[in-house]
Design a binder for this molecule. Structure first.
Ligand SMILES: Nc1ncnc2c1ncn2[C@@H]1O[C@H](COP(=O)(O)OP(=O)(O)OP(=O)(O)O)[C@@H](O)[C@H]1O
Ligand SMILES: [Mg+2]
Length: 458
């Protein structure tokens, strides 16, 4: 057996996986790994390294990508991540193998619904589903990597086994998660906070992805840089829950950096971060539009400047409440995302629309992203309908104000609203009213929809 990597004790298994399974991986008569009597191993093995999976791993050996498969870097609820090595090239890899148990798959379904990459897959066979899931992670990692957003380089995908670059801090040890990173000082914490928000914007704008599970557990500091990992659940902006997932990501990041001492120092309100991420670039004031957008360094420099000038969230109760309200708003992106049952609510103006939040959502026409490695084109653009609001166009502004006014008085808190955003908001609403006049839904069509939804009721 080749020289064994000296892994950190808690990574070392009694014998390397190759030694343990090598005999299974290399010889053709694949003995069932179930013969392994050690209970802990068996649990891991059954959930992940069943004979079928070992066959896929064997392909990574036979095509010369790896020569050793060592201990686990992590055993998560969804997947195990193993350390692998190629002794000829002296390159280390991380091999993420998804668990096939259907239980794990149950709570993944909300990410899959309406996801075009799953749509034509009607089977509920868990093996097929995890294969798709791993393929999604592979593709999403490719998108980040292709857009120079730091992430482990995806190397090879064999069914539900994903081989990628191993982020190591040396001595074969994995680089630390953001949550375990030992920050030098407050400036460095602020830098990584802003960097994370910039990556969220660049993922949304350039990769057309919302991470949907972003946190200090799914980011790594490697060679002093922030890396994004675990993009298996990431969705496209067209996914009906994408903006809910985005708001969840923003809350997770704000919570983590608040715990790191940035409260009252650098924490930006969730709503302002949300606007920063999905605003169209032309809405940013004093943004130096003459920069070369292909030049990531100058683009990110501009982004850092904007973030440094956004209003800091005070630790007052009302700011927290404002974020809470913002998180709870039911954002409807387009009529075709509106559930039948909501139509009534909506037609009485009880559902906030993104437009009312005067957030200029990236037009879905720009969001058509075809993965270079995929054979399926990305789904047809869902028109970004202007919401057909029940209020009369002319007083669109009043109704937006009205719904805002309905909130408890003390929450008027507009004084926190960035002046530029306020000006933009006014301009946006005027444009919106003008634009809507063109596409207002005909009365008889609306009557039919409302009649239909009420007949469904009885
Ligand atoms: N390419 C990599 N290089 C180094 N470490 C990695 C790599 N990929 C994953 N890890 C480590 O393995 C852990 C789990 O990886 P990941 O989050 O992708 O899997 P998961 O199934 O989501 O696990 P969990 O449920 O614990 O989040 C990461 O938090 C990280 O510490
Ligand atoms: Mg994870």
């Amino acid at each position: 057996m080749g020289s064994r990597l000296v892994l950190r004790d808690d990574l070392k298994e009694k014998e390397t996986i190759t030694e343990k399974y090598g005999k299974y991986v290399n010889n053709d008569k694949q003995k069932s790994v179930k013969t392994i009597n050690d209970k802990a191993n068996r649990a891991t093995v059954d959930q992940v390294l069943d004979p079928r999976t070992i066959r896929f791993v064997k392909k990574l050996f036979s095509n010369g990508l790896i020569t050793e498969m060592n201990g686990t870097i992590s055993t998560g609820k969804e997947a195990n991540v193993y350390h692998c090595y190629n002794k000829d090239t002296n390159i280390e890899y991380a091999l993420k193998i998804y668990k096939t148990s259907i239980l794990v798959f149950k709570d993944r379904s909300r990410y899959i619904a309406n996801e075009y990459r799953f749509q034509n897959n009607t089977s509920t066979n868990p093996r097929k589903m995890i294969k798709l899931w791993a393929e999604k992670e592979f593709r999403n990692l490719n998108r980040l990597y292709a857009n120079n957003i730091p992430c482990p380089k995806p190397i090879e995908l064999k069914s539900h086994a994903l081989l990628m670059e191993y982020l190591t801090k040396g001595n074969h040890e994995p680089s630390p998660k953001l949550k375990d990173y030992d920050f030098k000082n407050l400036d460095q914490i602020i830098f990584f906070y802003h960097q994370m928000i910039i990556y969220m914007r660049r993922m949304f704008q350039e990769c057309k992805l919302v991470h949907a599970d972003l946190s200090e557990y799914n980011s790594i500091i490697h060679n002093g840089k922030l890396y994004i990992i675990d993009v298996s659940q990431s969705v496209e902006p067209e996914h009906p829950m994408s903006l809910d997932f985005l708001r969840m990501d923003i809350k997770n990041i704000n919570d983590f950096f608040t715990k790191k001492g940035l409260k009252d120092i650098a924490i930006i309100s969730e709503k302002s971060i949300f606007q920063f991420i999905i605003q169209d670039i032309k809405n940013f004031n004093n943004f130096n539009n003459s920069i070369d957008f292909k030049n990531i360094i100058s683009l990110e420099k501009e982004y850092f400047k904007i973030l440094e000038n956004l209003p800091i969230k005070s630790s007052s109760y009302k700011d927290d409440l404002e974020d809470e309200i913002f998180r709870s708003i039911h954002l409807v992106r387009s009529l075709n995302h509106l559930e039948e049952r909501d139509f009534e609510e909506y037609s009485q103006g009880n559902i906030d629309t993104l437009k009312k939040l005067s957030i200029d959502v990236v037009h879905s026409s720009d969001s058509d992203y075809t993965d270079s490695d995929s054979d399926t084109d990305s789904d047809t653009d869902t028109e970004n309908h202007l919401h057909d609001d029940d209020d009369d166009d002319e007083n669109q502004e009043d109704s937006a104000k009205e719904s805002w006014e309905e909130r408890p008085k003390e929450l008027k808190g507009k004084k926190y609203e960035d002046k530029t955003f306020k000006k933009e908001r006014k301009k946006e609403q005027k444009d919106l009213a003008r634009e809507k006049r063109k596409t207002k839904m005909k009365k008889h069509v609306k009557k039919k929809l409302v009649a239909k939804s009420s007949s469904n009721k009885n």
